[in-house]
Design a protein around this ligand. Sequence first.
Ligand SMILES: [Zn+2]
Length: 345
Amino acid sequence: MAQNASKKNFVGIDLGGTNIKVGVLNDAGETLTRLSIPTLVEKGADDATKRMAEAVDAAIKDAGLTPDDVARVGLGSPGTLDLPSGMLIRPSNLPGWNFFPIRDRLAEYSGLPVTFAHDGPAAAFAEYWVGAGKGEQGLIVLTLGTGVGCGIVLDGHVWNGIHSHGGESGHNIIDTSENARLCKCGQRGHLEAYASATGVTNRTIEYIEAEFKSSLSERVKARERNDQVPKMVFEEAENGDELAIQIVKETARYLSYGIVSLIHTLDPSCILLGGAMTFGGDSTKTGRMFLELVKQETCSRIFLYLAERLRFDYATLGNDAGYIGAAGLARQEWEEEQAAEESQV
Ligand SMILES: [Zn+2]
């Protein structure tokens, strides 16, 4: 490794449909500063990339650094994308940003080299670098939000696949029936249609419309928006409502179907759950029950030898995982470049 490694800092960017988060990190993965700007999708990709470059500049100044102190920028973006060419393809959260050369455009506007990453794998890499998956040789991170994101880190490297679609495991089939739930990708029976916040919302509304007796009924009927429903399920489960607890249990079972396929394909050492839709996560009774149920439901369906050895836990970096992982992947690419240069000397 180069001698000046400890002086190198990295910028990580998490490009989302609503906000763009930018963080400046040191070589140890500590966040020195972070900021957020609105994505303003409707203004188009080029406008956002210009503002992203300005935000990178502002964040570097905030951290008390200059661009010379920054080795690389990492940009984590939602799919679909093409990593080798640095292009967005048809990102579903960024309508209209199709076939945009975002990596090279950001490098041009920021004056810094850019590492391009897929957001799910970037979040997983963050957990591997400085989070709950630190040092795990085979790590799978499932991020439960509006969709089900997935990232796979094997032997210290994210697996992006040949066509930059590796880890699209939210679209694994868990229901083969003809009338299986429709996924937002247009296909039926995908994990995401059952175990995401959207899946939980749809299943809950169906129970309430079928007049199941529950403390959820009035609240769900009086909702202003559908995205309020998963929180209602969490709160009523905390209060002991039977239907709400049943919905949490079913979500764990659906999720386990997806995880079983991943385990039997990749044989990982650790499964982490992250994202906003974890029923409160580690700090609540329902969240801890959810994790335990995911573990039980999964372990009852895999080889005993694996069930005895696998670790299940919650991710710890929350909303920061995206930019931290992007910075971590920039750092990894920089280290590999340094190593290649040194071996040529
Ligand atoms: Zn799908």
